[in-house]
Design a protein around this ligand. Structure first.
Ligand SMILES: Cc1ncc(COP(=O)(O)O)c(C=O)c1O
Length: 433
């Protein structure tokens, strides 16, 4: 049990935060708690109160908080050797690259390790430029690529585009959002206009010097947007016609969450470069970009990331992959995700505030709206607070910050999902009463 006398509590944390942290860091909730302990799908605050974690630190703790099978490997490595940099030979980094080559689709084989999703996307973009000898990019409306200079510039969510002077040479394309279709069409009669429109973007908004298109396979911060069937196949065909690489960002949706190891596998498409981070380290910082041999050959000038793939991170990632495979967590995510989706769809029938339910596996969103499709922003905050007070943590995403997002650790149990959905139901009832 936790001893609450050891903790300073939320008010004092906020005071110190205001005094010592740069104010760009915001936090959830009117009445936040101090989190002090995690066990698999559960979090505990400083009073000992338990929460079912349905956000997993934004998809990071995909295999559960302090998962003992992973933590044990991390701790062993911490006590043996933590860091050397890549100028010395060590084994975990190559073992991990070999494992990634085995689990990623198609001919993806060579990895570069770094420490975050932003750095992975930056590296992938550089690699695309080196290979194609072209310099422009296409990114998606409502996509998120990172918070570095280029990552932020490739981001299509104004909420995360703080940089007043973003990098040039980036064109944005409408995302494949069937609930809010940019072309006011319905699938499948739409003939995938969202994919076809990429040709227009290339031909009108670029100087035809496009190195790559970067896209999250499932948009996370954009509000859990899953493109319709056939989208990625058509997209890849079009990109190939124009000699443009496909970078698929699996930072949030990778490592089993979608019901397959990588979400792009549902589409049967092999990207030219894939970026990963978050769940790979289950809480220990690690990111990577992975590509095929041909593209990898274009990056021969010196490159490095000081902490990239260090022994502790690489050993942890190897343990993460072991646990995913040992318990077939992608299959578990598919099974539980189906139930979660069905239950959310039932709530959609019951509550006028739910405009749309969508997702894949254990990555599900319920978009809250009012007066038609107007984002129910304050109501989303009320629901979030209510659910927290009743022991369930969920996320909020979307350009309107009005999508209640369920992306729990993949080790969550059906009984926890039932409780989470029941609390969501009650939160909506209280809103409507
Ligand atoms: C899809 C996606 N790509 C990239 C990033 C950036 O990752 P990081 O915050 O690790 O730099 C994020 C972060 O939320 C993300 O969701």
């Amino acid at each position: 049990m936790t001893d609450s006398s050891n903790f300073i509590g939320p008010d004092e944390i906020i005071r110190k935060k205001n005094e010592y942290l740069i104010p760009c860091l915001y936090h959830f909730f009117k009445k936040p708690m101090q989190l002090v302990k995690g066990e698999m799908q559960y979090l505990y605050d400083h009073t000992g109160k338990q929460y079912i974690d349905c956000y997993a630190g934004v998809s990071v703790v995909g295999l559960g908080h302090c998962n003992p099978e992973i933590t044990e490997e991390t701790c062993k490595q911490v006590k043996e050797l933590q860091h050397t940099t890549t100028i010395y030979l060590t084994q975990p980094i190559v073992d991990l690259a070999e494992r990634l080559a085995a689990v990623t689709p198609g001919n993806l084989q060579k990895s570069f390790f770094c420490v975050s999703g932003s750095e992975a996307n930056e590296g992938a973009a550089l690699l695309a430029q080196l290979y194609t000898k072209k310099h422009e990019f296409i990114a998606m409306n409502n996509g998120l690529s990172g918070r570095t200079k280029l990552g932020m510039s490739l981001t299509g969510l104004s909420f995360w585009r703080t940089d007043p002077t973003p990098v040039g040479g980036i064109s944005f394309a409408p995302n494949a959002n069937c609930y809010r279709c940019a072309f006011n069409l319905k699938y499948p009669q739409c003939d995938l206009q969202c994919a076809e429109n990429i040709k227009t973007v290339i031909e009108t908004s670029t100087s035809r010097e496009v190195a790559a298109l970067i896209i999250e396979t499932i948009q996370g911060n954009g509000g859990v947007i899953v493109p319709p069937p056939g989208y990625f196949k058509r997209l890849k065909e079009i990109l190939e016609q124009y000699g443009i690489l496909l970078i698929s960002d699996e930072v949030q949706c990778g490592f089993g969450r979608s019901g397959k190891m990588f979400a792009i596998e549902h589409a049967g498409v092999v990207p030219d470069i894939m970026t990963v981070a978050k769940t790979l380290g289950n809480g220990i910082p690690i990111g990577a970009f992975i590509t095929n041999n041909d593209i990898a050959e274009s990056y021969t000038r010196p490159g490095a990331s000081t902490f990239g793939g260090n022994l502790v991170a690489a050993k942890t990632a190897l343990a993460t992959l072991d646990v995913i495979e040992k318990y077939d967590l992608p299959a578990n995510a598919a099974k539980l995700g189906r139930v979660l989706n069905e239950k959310l769809l039932e709530l959609k029938e019951k509550h006028r505030f739910i405009g749309d339910v969508r997702g894949m596996g254990l990555f599900q969103g319920a978009e809250l709206v009012k007066n038609g499709k107007e984002p129910a922003i304050e109501e989303t905050d009320i629901v979030l607070e209510y659910m927290k007070d009743h022991g369930v943590l969920v996320g909020k995403t979307g350009p309107g910050r009005n999508v209640i997002t369920f992306q729990p650790p993949l080790v969550i149990r059906m009984s926890d999902i039932e409780i989470a959905v029941d609390v969501f139901d009650k939160a909506l009832c209280s809103l409507e009463s």
